[in-house]
Write a protein that binds this ligand. Structure first.
Ligand SMILES: Nc1ncnc2c1ncn2[C@@H]1O[C@H](COP(=O)(O)OP(=O)(O)OP(=O)(O)O)[C@@H](O)[C@H]1O
Length: 287
């Protein structure tokens, strides 16, 4: 049975709704519907129109990569979907199957893990705050620690881990709650090129095995194409839809796809759309 709950209603023509939705994967129903969404920070002279208006539909199980010039509103969009920011105008409908203790989980660039907790305690944290405790929490956390290649490091503190391992902890914590939607905001931005490629491979594998809906913000067109089913390209601020490209590379996919001619042609095509926006973003000159 479907039910709609208003998560946000600030009395400002703006809502974020979640609804139980039990349709199967086969017909790929929309998981996230963004309608006429705009967000303005502040008021009067200090107002910053960060995003929109934007309309977007993200399919159940889709991996959507989001790119755009710096400051165009990519993080703002993911924060609105996460329910962390109320939109100024428009709405976001999220159709939940109601199968998860925490329907939406987020991973950010700066890991967001607690330095005073061990790897296992960090991964357990998302479970315990959502009511999973005792041996069930420990077993589930241990399973995700293992899946993310951190077995043997359960009792280590973040300060003794590399950046790549800390980001794995953050991803394990997000996935341990088995969210229906995973929001990732430049999660690999501070990692070196080799680690980044390794984690891209792992994310491909995880996504292909569980079919979770993912929104993935990145500055790298290459990363967007390696990972995504589609790439959303936003204009300079306020971010609106410039392009929405299907990525044609078959799954299961490996990061070797980046060696193909088709891949490089697509990357060039995306960049040719994006570079004017980057110029506008830097100079403010739309001429
Ligand atoms: N809390 C805030 N108050 C005022 N302005 C804000 C706030 N948060 C973000 N902004 C502004 O809104 C715009 C969009 O910011 P956002 O962080 O969403 O962009 P982004 O595309 O993710 O940027 P980047 O690629 O550089 O991380 C920017 O101009 C930013 O300065």
């Amino acid at each position: 049975m479907n039910s709609t709950t208003t998560v946000f209603d600030q009395g400002r023509e703006a809502t974020v709704n979640t609804a139980n939705h039990s349709a199967g994967l086969a017909d790929r129903p929309a998981k996230i519907e963004v309608r006429d969404l705009s967000l303005v920070f502040g008021v009067g002279d200090k107002a910053v129109h960060a995003l929109g208006p934007i309309n977007l539909s993200v399919g159940d199980g889709e991996f959507l990569s989001i790119v755009g010039p710096s400051g165009c509103g990519k993080s703002t969009l993911t924060k609105v979907v996460a329910g962390l920011l109320p939109p100024t105008k428009g709405e976001v409908d999220i159709r939940l199957a109601g199968t998860s203790i925490a329907p939406i989980a987020t991973v950010f660039q700066d890991y967001g893990i607690f330095p005073w907790k061990t790897v296992l305690e960090n991964v357990k944290f998302g479970l315990t705050v959502n009511g999973v405790t005792g041996s069930e929490a420990t077993d589930r956390a241990a399973m995700w620690v293992q899946k993310l290649g951190l077995a043997g490091f359960e009792n280590r503190y973040p300060s003794s881990l590399s950046g790549g391992m800390q980001q794995r902890v953050s991803i394990a914590r997000a996935l341990a709650v088995e969210p229906e939607i995973l929001l990732m905001d430049e999660p690999f931005a501070s990692l070196d090129a080799q680690l980044r490629e390794l984690l891209q491979e792992e994310l491909l594998r995880l996504h292909e095995s569980d079919g979770r809906t993912v929104l993935f913000v990145t500055h790298s067109l290459e990363e967007a194409l390696v990972l995504g089913d589609r790439v959303l390209v936003l204009t300079a601020r306020p971010g609106t839809l410039l392009d929405l490209k299907d990525v044609p590379f078959a799954r299961p996919r490996t990061s070797e796809v980046r060696e193909s001619r088709e891949f490089n042609e697509m990357r060039y095509e995306l960049w040719s759309h994006l570079k004017d926006q980057v110029h506008i973003g830097v100079t403010g000159d739309a001429s």
